[in-house]
Design a protein around this ligand. Structure first.
Ligand SMILES: CC(C)(COP(=O)(O)OP(=O)(O)OC[C@H]1O[C@@H](n2cnc3c(N)ncnc32)[C@H](O)[C@@H]1O)[C@@H](O)C(=O)NCCC(=O)NCCS
Ligand SMILES: Nc1ncnc2c1ncn2[C@@H]1O[C@H](COP(=O)(O)OP(=O)(O)OP(=O)(O)O)[C@@H](O)[C@H]1O
Length: 306
């Protein structure tokens, strides 16, 4: 896919040894915010917030998502700084937990109490932490997954979250399990799709929408399960598969199926928020100017298809 000006590895400063320098903490934070912005601005997305409005959410719109993304910039910066100074281990995991929980509060202050980016902060926070000090995408994701798997003894017990409830009820792995598994829906689903479409010359937004739809067709999204149960999840997954079977977002029949799915998700108040988060994560990984860019780390197997 085409890289926005200024974000490509070729624009990075070179260090004395000849290789490009590792991205700074400020650049990683900037890239995370840009990924959130670009996910929000992409449209039409079924059930999600975009330029047309709040999708399945009656308490969100695009300006709110953009303000939330901007408010998270110092949070991502603090995450990258901490990861640069601290070796990967329980100490860093607990520091990230503290920063992530403080980040949730920053977001809620910026949105007057609306959960715009909780799942996205979790995924992108870990990936920013993993990227700080990593040579390439594969190492960045591996470090993020290791961090997600470490215990956070300072995690307050608190009330049961929507995701936790859905996980217990339906036996799915949710946002935490996705991270611990090394973000399979990002690495094996969204990124290969984005890159294949880019290589084939597809329009950028069509490639991004199709990547989102492919994630939606496979993910056990606790956001959807919480609101719509197994029936709701089936509607999302089948609907997304149908759009792709019709030719995807770039064809007339695919676009008609997409608009039909959007109407159904809005009327059932079903938001595929977890898929939105994972698309933002894929955009982030694709935009980071890695010191040693590898030719794609997608394993090209859909490990998560059941
Ligand atoms: C793990 C998190 C997301 C909490 O998860 P939980 O499922 O309990 O909460 P909740 O229901 O509020 O949010 C889950 C969100 O994840 C997303 N999601 C849902 N399903 C999935 C899935 N299968 N895969 C990925 N994301 C998903 C959705 O956007 C959803 O809204 C996180 O907020 C957390 O524990 N944070 C602690 C702070 C921390 O350690 N941060 C570290 C990085 S900065
Ligand atoms: N474009 C988008 N539109 C809406 N949500 C998105 C988008 N991209 C990602 N998300 C994710 O979707 C999640 C929305 O959360 P959810 O619908 O569970 O909200 P809630 O207010 O906690 O739940 P509920 O409204 O069901 O009580 C956020 O955590 C956010 O990370």
């Amino acid at each position: 896919m085409t890289r926005p000006p200024g974000s490509g590895a070729g624009d990075e400063p070179m260090i004395a040894g000849g290789g490009p320098a590792a991205p700074s903490a400020a650049l990683l934070a900037e890239t995370a915010v840009r990924a959130l912005r670009e996910e929000a601005l992409l449209g039409p997305k079924p059930g999600l917030v975009d330029h047309r409005g709040g999708g399945a959410h009656d308490d969100m719109d695009l300006p709110l998502l953009l303000a939330s993304a901007e408010a998270l910039r110092p949070v991502f910066r603090a995450v990258a700084d901490a990861s640069e100074r601290t070796a990967l281990g329980v100490g860093l995991r607990e520091e990230l937990g503290r920063l992530g929980r403080a980040g949730d509060r920053v977001m809620l202050r910026a949105t007057r109490g609306v959960n715009t980016h909780r799942g996205a902060l979790w995924a992108l926070g870990l990936l920013v932490a993993g990227a700080a000090g990593a040579r390439d995408e594969r190492e960045g994701v591996r470090r993020a997954a290791r961090l997600a798997a470490l215990p956070d003894r300072r995690m307050p017990a608190g009330a049961l979250s929507n995701g936790e409830r859905a996980r217990r009820r339906h036996g799915v792995r949710g946002a935490r399990g996705e991270a611990v598994a090394g973000f399979p829906h990002v690495v094996d689903v969204a990124l290969p799709r984005l890159r294949r479409a880019g290589a084939a010359g597809a329009e950028r937004d069509v490639a991004r929408l199709d990547a989102l739809l492919e994630v939606m067709s496979l993910l056990d999204d606790t956001c959807v399960l919480h609101r719509g149960g197994v029936e709701g999840l089936r509607m999302v997954r089948r609907g997304a598969s149908r759009v792709l079977a019709e030719g995807g977002a770039g064809t007339d029949s695919g676009r008609a199926a997409l608009m039909d799915l959007d109407r159904r998700l809005r009327s059932h108040r079903l938001s595929p928020g977890g898929s939105g988060d994972l698309l933002a994560a894929a955009l982030f990984l694709d935009m980071v100017p890695w010191p040693e860019p590898s030719a794609g780390t997608g394993r090209e197997v859909v490990a998560c298809r059941r």
